[in-house]
Design a protein around this ligand. Structure first.
Ligand SMILES: N[C@@H](CCC(=O)N[C@@H](CS)C(=O)NCC(=O)O)C(=O)O
Length: 332
């Protein structure tokens, strides 16, 4: 675990000394947008036109933020248009890497298909040789301009949602204009207290910071459980971006966050609606292909040595994401 300082790698854990033990996630720095015509998006510079074969996605199969981008690539029929490289699940002294047997990590090829790099931070220094900051997944890379378009998952999924429609003819819209306000409101609370909330529990270094994050997390899960008694998806009958953003955290909750991040008031399996909703989404076509439980467990338990110094990876719990779900009890 570390970061780049003016292009030099430094092995360093998160600094919580200056924030009274709270984990504060730093902002992604590459914020350009791929658009249908190459004009600039909401921020960043233009010149990133949606073209088949031009863009490459770097992901970890453990990471909930990267997982969103894999889901949108799948949902929006972009598999043949955007290539992917997967990093090794272990994130150790040199950060994410492409080390190890390329074909033997839980059956997934670990390889940088563009540059054959050993360390993932080389992708960042190729884009900016003086880059300072965290080296995170996902990254959307532009093969034409040889640079990073974006390392912000919430924006990469918005690009995938609409910029490539003319190539795929897929008109599904997971961020439809009439639901913008509602989706944004769900996103805001869920990001803060659930998606990032589990990290704020797990990476807290004071009791106060942990308990505050824990209490907000379970308040939100209780609220979502109640909401899903009358609402099929978060925004009613429309499956939206807000659902997919929540989903990637739910999947990892029982096997990882419950014990590793001490989010242990209840499991998702203790919430009937949330767990049925999670399985319903998981069983939609193509979604199970985007998830690898072994990568997830290995990454968290083996990489976070400050939290789990023995690096022993728990065997359980047994989870059947394919179990039938019953949402017919939904109250009208
Ligand atoms: N804002 C980013 C956050 C991505 C992120 O934090 N990814 C984690 C993996 S789950 C990472 O790569 N962390 C490495 C680090 O913080 O050094 C996004 O949503 O794209």
């Amino acid at each position: 675990m570390g970061l780049l300082v003016k292009g030099e790698w430094k092995d360093q854990w998160y600094d919580t000394d200056t924030s009274d033990g709270e984990f504060i996630r730093s902002k992604a720095q590459f914020r350009n947008w791929v658009t249908a015509d190459g004009n600039p998006g909401p921020d960043g510079r233009g010149g990133f036109k949606a073209e088949s074969g031009r863009y490459h996605l770097y992901v970890s199969l453990a990471c909930p933020w990267a997982h969103r981008t894999l889901i949108f690539r799948k949902l929006k029929q972009l598999d043949d248009h955007i290539s992917v490289s997967v990093v090794h699940p272990d994130m150790l002294e040199h950060g994410w890497s492409f080390d190890g047997d390329p074909n033997a990590t839980f059956g997934v090829e670990i390889k940088d298909h563009l540059f054959n790099s050993q360390h993932y931070y080389e992708i960042y220094t190729r884009a900016d040789e003086r880059y300072s900051g965290r080296v995170t997944v996902p990254v959307l890379w532009d093969k034409q301009n040889n640079t990073i378009v974006s390392n912000e998952s919430s924006e990469i999924i918005r690009m995938f949602n609409s910029a490539f429609n003319h190539l795929t003819d897929d008109q599904q819209d997971f961020y439809p204009p009439h639901l913008h306000d509602l989706i944004d409101r769900f996103n805001e609370r869920i990001y803060d207290t659930v998606n990032n909330g589990v990290y704020r529990c797990g990476f807290a270094t004071t009791q106060r910071a942990y308990e505050e994050a824990y209490s907000k997390l379970f308040d939100s899960l209780d609220w979502l459980e109640t909401h899903l008694t009358t609402s099929h998806y978060l925004c009613g009958n429309d499956l939206t971006e807000a659902d997919w953003r929540l989903f990637t955290t739910l999947l990892r909750f029982d096997p990882v966050y419950y014990s590793h991040f001490k989010c242990n008031k209840l499991r998702i399996s203790d919430y009937p609606n949330l767990s049925a909703y999670m399985r319903e989404l998981f069983q939609l076509p193509g979604i199970s292909d985007t998830f690898n439980l072994e990568h997830c467990k290995r990454h968290y338990y083996y990489s976070h040595k400050t939290i789990n110094p023995t690096q022993v990876v728990p065997v359980g719990p047994e989870i059947d994401y394919f179990a039938p779900f019953d949402r017919h009890q939904l109250q009208a």
